[in-house]
Design a protein. Sequence first.
Length: 178
Amino acid sequence: MLLHQFFEDTVARWPQKVALVCDGKRYTYADLAQWTERLGVALQANGVQKGDRVVLFLENGVEAVVSIYATLKIGAVIMPVNPQTKTEKLQYLLNDARPRCLIGHKQLERVFLSALATADSVVACIVVGGVPETTAAHGVTMLDFAAAAATPQHSRRSHHRRQSSPNREAHPSPPAHW
């Protein structure tokens, strides 16, 4: 069984159990599964196919978890890159590994936008925290992570309710910083 299949099995068995606690917020397996499914669809819609590499230029957090499982679910290969990596090293990695997509945090945009200038294999860049104002990234499609991963029922409010709350939202919102 592959890693993403273990995740899907756990979602099926315990959808309402807390899967992740991040920044004081609790996320269930069902929450993560919804966002994972949507991000996987967005990756495929933007040219990522089975066997393609997806660079994860992310800090640890909900976005990293969702990105890992979405990438694996569609049969692509995750390529985690330390968010402290400098532009020149990221350029080298992008040109050597030839990924189809980069998922990165907005606060790292200076590094990844510069690195994308020489990375002709990257066709899409999904940004956590909003698409950079400078979106002319050398022919790369720029997408907002919140739009790619959120289900239509989600609002942009932060999810604060605990699992045990009787008023728990049926479709919780993704974190506000997406």
